[in-house]
Design a protein around this ligand. Structure first.
Ligand SMILES: [Zn+2]
Ligand SMILES: [Zn+2]
Length: 496
């Protein structure tokens, strides 16, 4: 009973009327599915306690720091509130889950309850029906869900201005503000009967089970992340991870209607690169070696196996297509002054207005995929050589590339740079077998296709009258190399 006496003390300093009272709580205010911070906010408002006093109460007598709740403290709090409410404590897996961080194609996704429910953003997601009975379901904080599992209505968003609230106090204080605004009558008992959520919703049970085994499902289906070759510019990473989560990771049928709409994703491809041990060197590859691989490998292919490598062919025919378009075009063109970022539309081909958009695209793709045979500006060429040299050195370290002695020898680079017109030279060549090359080709095919698609979308929009406002084209796909069991797979997530 010590705890209760303590609360009397806290209260009695403030208002005499609470002198003989323990603390206020009503069993209908407890819901096993309530967000823990929301329960604390209700407790604070009901007892007219300041947030510091609530913390003092829980801290002193239950050793729970409400400003910094960990997983077991969340559980303990729920347990305490269930006792206050004379109700059985139901442990759910949304809280107990602690299976480590999830990684969805290189995008870290933290599924732990104590992180998810912590109020870190300036919003609180809530169900407009649940809040009528003073409830905030904890699954409202799972952003891959779009609708309340109890009411099947879309979650709404409360935006708070919590600049004046100290960081550690936000989780509870913002929920207090939220209740003040959305439940102005709180804590008056409700006379009207609302559509109260049923505690043992089967959908919730399904979510609970799925969420619990998510890490396992993810490991099995997506495997281990090795490298992201191309990131999506058009969607925030977390959203992209949620799309994959909902679309690829065995989401139970019963949950489908409650999740975020995934029609923004056009498709998710998974291309098998290799299922033999021929790519075990990938395991030791560094981030920089992975980034260097497509550039250096494709430059090698351009110089030595142009006709075999279909991705080189795709690039070259796209260049031809761009050039042909230019020849046949009589209307206005868009030009970019790369130094000041100004776009100009002009119908005079001879007028110097900056770089023509078609040339921009060719230059951009060349720098990504080919030796700079098309690039004419000296500064760019210099920069390219510098980067290219570093990339080669990195790949030589992986032992998968052999240095080309004559070119990499002393000060050769410096002399290369001192001339205006220099020819591209190789610094290293790969030691891959023909089988490995075919596998790498298929990977590059997918990458190049994706870059060309980005370029086409960008160009089409401009052709349709949109004024260009950025360059290079935004990436509309995520391409991630994963090791799934014994296979190396390239996942391609495309949006529209
Ligand atoms: Zn609801
Ligand atoms: Zn806030």
């Amino acid at each position: 009973m010590d705890n209760f006496h303590r609360l009397i003390e806290i209260n009695s300093h403030k208002e005499q009327q609470y002198k003989y009272q323990l603390f206020n709580w009503r069993s209908e205010l407890y819901d096993a599915n309530d967000n823990t911070y929301f329960l604390l906010a209700k407790f604070a408002l009901l007892n007219k306690l300041k947030i510091e006093q609530v913390n003092e109460f829980f801290n002193q007598y239950f050793s729970i720091d409400i400003f910094n709740l960990n997983l077991s403290e969340h559980r303990s709090l729920k347990y305490l509130f269930s006792i206050f409410s004379n109700q059985a404590y139901i442990q759910n897996n949304l809280i107990t889950k602690n299976s480590g961080d999830l990684n969805i194609l290189g995008i870290p996704l933290i599924q732990d309850y104590y992180v998810n429910t912590r109020h870190q953003e300036k919003i609180i997601r809530y169900c407009p029906e649940c809040i009528k009975s003073y409830k905030l379901p904890e699954h409202a904080s799972l952003k891959y869900l779009d609708r309340c599992l109890f009411h099947n209505v879309k979650f709404e968003i409360f935006s708070c201005n919590h600049r004046v609230i100290r960081l550690k106090e936000r989780s509870v204080k913002c929920h207090i503000n939220f209740i003040r605004i959305f439940c102005p009558d709180f804590p008056t008992p409700q006379t009207k009967k609302h559509n109260v959520p049923s505690q043992f919703s089967t959908v919730l049970n399904d979510l609970d089970k799925w969420n619990f085994s998510l890490k396992e499902i993810c490991d099995k289906k997506l495997g281990k992340h090795l490298h992201t070759f191309k990131n999506m510019d058009c969607a925030i990473p977390e959203q992209c991870a949620h799309f994959v989560l909902v679309k690829e990771l065995s989401l139970p049928e019963s949950l489908r209607e409650f999740t975020i709409p995934t029609n923004a994703i056009r498709k998710i491809n998974s291309l098998s690169i290799s299922n033999n041990s021929g790519f075990s060197f990938f395991e030791k590859f560094t981030y920089f070696q992975f980034s260097a691989l497509p550039v250096v490998y494709s430059s090698f292919c351009y110089l030595h196996r142009k006709n075999e490598a279909s991705f080189i062919q795709s690039l070259l025919s796209f260049f031809d297509e761009l050039k042909l378009e230019l020849i046949n075009k009589n209307e206005k063109f868009w030009y970019l002054h790369e130094n000041d970022g100004i776009w100009t539309s002009s119908d005079s081909k001879s007028l110097y207005c900056g770089a023509l958009i078609h040339d921009l695209l060719i230059d951009w793709l060349t720098e990504l995929w080919l030796p700079p045979l098309y690039t004419s500006t000296r500064s760019r060429r210099f920069q390219y050589f510098n980067n290219f040299h570093l990339m080669n050195e990195d790949l030589i370290k992986s032992t998968m590339f052999t240095p080309v002695k004559s070119n990499i020898s002393e000060n050769k680079i410096d002399t290369l740079f001192s001339f205006n017109r220099v020819n591209f030279q190789e610094f290293s060549i790969p030691k891959f077998s023909s089988e490995q090359m075919l596998a790498l080709d298929s990977m590059c095919d997918e990458l190049v296709k994706s870059y060309i698609h980005d370029a086409r979308v960008w160009l089409n929009r401009i052709e349709c009258g949109e004024k260009p406002d950025h360059f290079p084209p935004k990436s509309r796909a995520l391409l991630s190399l994963q090791k799934v069991q014994d296979q190396y797979r390239l996942f391609n997530v495309q949006i529209d």
